[in-house]
Design a protein around this ligand. Sequence first.
Ligand SMILES: Nc1ncnc2c1ncn2[C@@H]1O[C@H](COP(=O)(O)OP(=O)(O)OP(=O)(O)O)[C@@H](O)[C@H]1O
Ligand SMILES: [Mg+2]
Length: 409
Amino acid sequence: MKLDDTTITGLAHTPSPDEPGARLATHVSRLDLTNFRSYPALRLDVGPQPVLLTGINGVGKTNLLEALSFLAPGRGLRRAALPDIARLHDGTAAASWAVAARIDGRDGSVSLGTGMEANPNGGPARRAVRIDGEPARGQATFAERVSMIWLTPDMDRLFMEGGSARRRFLDRMVYGFDPEHARRIAVYEQAMRGRQKLLRDGSGDGAWLASEEETMATNGIAIAAARREVVLRLDTAIAAEDGLADRPFPRAALALEGEVEDWLAEGPALEAEDRLRDVLAAARSRDADAGRALRGPHRSDLAVRHRDKDMAAALCSTGEQKALLIAIILAHARLLGLARGAAPILLLDEVAAHLDQERRAALAERILSLGAQAWLTGTDRRLFEAFGENAQSFDVSAGAVSPATGDSP
Ligand SMILES: Nc1ncnc2c1ncn2[C@@H]1O[C@H](COP(=O)(O)OP(=O)(O)OP(=O)(O)O)[C@@H](O)[C@H]1O
Ligand SMILES: [Mg+2]
């Protein structure tokens, strides 16, 4: 988690292919899908270079990125309900679905698997998680093996909407630096739900409530501290980039807004824990009425500004907002590459289509210099021309993915 200052200063220059982040990027080498949306069965072998997926609308490009996104903690890039993902065929949904991937990187090779399996006790279907074939404790464990960041067309409104999507975006960036962050969030949210249930039932069990609040306080402060550290590192790194007016991607300014983060800025973490514990204990009746916890790090927000124009991201043009998001993701990938020796896997859904030719070329150049395995989708191969021979191209057609041939789209 701790990065030294040399790491940050190193961000101001363009990386050479010899840098650790460029050589050792963690990448998917094999992907197997079973009954995953439009794919009855798919095996895809790929190398560490960027993967370019071309195909007509509705053919299954985003489905493929969604499958990969299940290798990160959470509910995937569509946040879909598990049963909706099971392949529908002739009006019947498959009883289970699975995503399995082999991940290669500087720490060797690992197989990650997840999916929905039928519950033998007859209850709702469950999410299964396996690492090297062995059942694992939860998807949070995946964050120790691979880090992944995505951009989808849905995120075009990230700066305009409520804070929860921005928090998830930030948390995905934090997982890369601090894999425990995913587990802490799961524990915090479980305790928050447990506390709310006790408040709703009015059972009056003070000791039990206090125990849930204790879990919320310790994990909540650790969550806020990890977010704060990554936002600070990222903001410092971006500020150190050159501020030329003709940059293809604008520089962002990032800050965390939330009272818990303010406490951490004012004093030690232990004091902040005490404060959160006290705040929660004092807010029981109010939270019972509201039906949710009104204070805590689950209310914090990531504030983004266009640094060079000094303007809130929400006030920037659609294209500027997209460029800001790309800039943040690239800065994060670069920082992570330098800090952990491995750039994250990038899932970039329809990103190239929204960029002009110059920005498309700049994006390809940045991805290649990061050495990251980026997965990009598009409806036209020409969108990816700037990658030249340095990427692997595939055509996506209903339920199948095949190496691109010269005469495809
Ligand atoms: N559970 C499911 N079972 C079978 N097919 C599904 C399921 N869920 C979605 N699909 C199908 O997957 C297809 C959508 O795939 P996807 O979103 O990956 O397309 P795409 O190639 O990204 O298209 P676009 O270029 O429009 O973004 C649709 O045809 C949809 O009907
Ligand atoms: Mg799509």
